[in-house]
Design a protein around this ligand. Structure first.
Ligand code: NAP
Length: 311
C-alpha cells in the first residue's frame, strides 16, 4: 500500500494531540490536521485544575501548547488547514484539505464540538458586540460590566466563576430549578457573592444599539416578563458535534458518534475520540485517554492491513 501517512488525525484538540503523541512515539507517520491553533475547546479553559498531575493550575492555552510541543517532539506533523472531504477506497482513506489531499490506512476523527446558540432575537445581531460564547477570549471588554450568563451545565458554571473575577455584577440564569453541572462547580457558583443565581428563568431577547444594552427575561414559574439593563450576554448551553465529514455513520440521539471501546466507528480504520464521541463525560482527561486508546487500536489495524499483526 502506498500511503502518504500511517495515521491522519483530524482535529487538534486534546484527544487529537494525545493520539498524535502516542502515534508518533510508536514510530507511525502521523499528520494532525487542524484549522485553528491546537487546543480545541481546551483553549477556553482559564485555569485547568482537574487534570491529574497538574497541581498548580495552568491555562488551557499553555496546556495545549505543551501537548502540541510534546507530540511534535516525537515526530508528529501538524498542518493548519480545513479538512473538507473524507472518503475510503479499498483500504485507504483520502482526506481532502484546503492544503491538498493526504492518504492513510487509518484516520482518527477528533473534530470536537461547536457551541449551541439560543436562536433568539438579537443573538446573531449582537454577536461580537456584547454577545459572546467564550469568557476567556473576551474578558478584557467586560471588566466591571453587568454580565448575564445563560446555561446550567459545567461550562456555564465554570465560565460564570471566571467572569465573577472581572465584575461583581454577574447574573446567571438557568431554565430549570437547579443546575445540571457537577455539584462542586454548582456550589461554587451558588456561594459566590459576585454572582446572582436565578433559576426558572429564560432569555427571550437581546436588545441594544451598537452594543448590547438590555435583555428581556421570563420567569417560567410566574410567566412574568421583564426588561433589564445588561452590558453583555454569555451563552453556554451545550455543544453540537462536528461530524459533517462523516454523515453516514452510527450516532446517538444528540448526533454524537458511536464507537466501540476501541474507539472504532462502523467503518474499519476510522476512529473517533473526544467531545464528538458519544460519552457520558466530556472532559479533557477523557479525550486524552481516548486518543491513546484509538492510536493503539489504529496501529493494530495498520498492522492487520500490512499482515504484520502480533497475535
Ligand atoms: P451541557 O452539560 O449539555 O449543559 C448545557 C446546559 O444548557 C444545560 O443545563 C441545559 O439545560 C442548558 N440549555 C440547553 N439548551 C438550552 C436552551 N435552548 N436554553 C436555555 N438553556 C439551555 O453542556 P456544557 O455545560 O457545555 O458541557 C458539555 C460537556 O463538557 C459536559 O459533558 C461537561 O461535563 C463537560 N465540561 C466539563 C467541565 C469541567 O469539568 N470543568 C467544564 C466544561 C464542560 P437543561 O439542564 O435543562 O438541559
Amino acid at each position: 500500500m502506498n500511503a502518504d501517512k500511517d495515521l491522519i488525525i483530524i482535529g487538534g484538540g486534546p484527544g487529537g494531540m494525545a493520539a498524535a503523541q502516542y502515534g508518533a512515539r510508536a514510530n507511525l507517520k502521523v499528520l494532525v490536521i487542524e484549522e485553528m491553533a491546537p487546543g480545541g475547546q481546551a483553549l477556553n479553559i482559564s485555569d485547568l485544575e482537574n487534570y491529574p498531575g497538574i497541581s498548580d493550575p495552568v491555562s488551557g492555552f499553555e496546556f495545549a501548547q505543551n501537548m502540541a510541543k510534546q507530540a511534535e517532539a516525537f515526530g508528529a506533523e501538524f498542518l493548519t488547514a480545513s479538512a473538507e472531504e473524507l472518503k475510503k477506497e479499498n483500504e485507504l482513506f483520502y482526506v481532502k484539505t484546503t492544503a491538498g489531499t493526504f492518504t492513510a490506512p487509518a484516520v482518527i476523527m477528533a473534530t470536537g464540538t461547536r457551541q449551541k446558540h439560543l436562536n433568539i432575537p438579537g443573538e446573531t445581531e449582537f454577536s461580537g458586540r456584547g454577545v459572546s460564547y467564550c469568557a476567556t477570549c473576551d474578558d478584557p471588554f467586560f471588566r466591571d460590566k453587568k454580565i448575564l450568563v445563560v446555561g446550567g451545565g459545567d461550562s456555564a458554571c465554570d465560565e460564570v466563576s471566571f467572569l465573577s473575577n472581572l465584575s461583581d455584577k454577574v447574573v446567571i440564569i438557568h431554565r430549570k430549578e437547579r443546575f445540571r453541572a457537577q455539584k462542586a462547580l454548582a456550589e461554587r457558583v451558588i456561594n459566590n457573592k459576585n454572582i446572582e443565581v436565578r433559576f426558572n428563568t429564560v432569555l427571550k431577547e437581546i436588545t441594544g444599539d451598537s452594543r448590547v444594552k438590555s435583555v428581556v427575561l421570563e420567569d417560567t414559574v410566574t410567566g412574568k416578563i421583564k426588561k433589564e439593563k445588561m452590558d453583555a450576554v454569555f451563552v453556554f448551553i451545550g455543544s453540537l458535534p462536528q461530524t459533517s465529514l462523516i454523515p453516514e455513520i452510527r450516532k446517538d440521539n444528540g448526533g454524537f458518534v458511536v464507537t466501540n471501546q476501541r474507539m472504532e466507528t462502523e467503518i474499519p480504520g476510522l476512529f473517533a475520540v473526544g467531545d464528538l464521541r458519544a460519552t457520558p463525560f466530556r472532559q479533557l482527561i477523557v479525550a486524552a485517554g481516548e486518543g491513546a486508546v484509538a492510536t493503539h487500536c489504529a496501529s493494530q489495524h495498520i498492522d492487520d492491513i500490512k499482515g504484520m499483526r502480533y497475535i
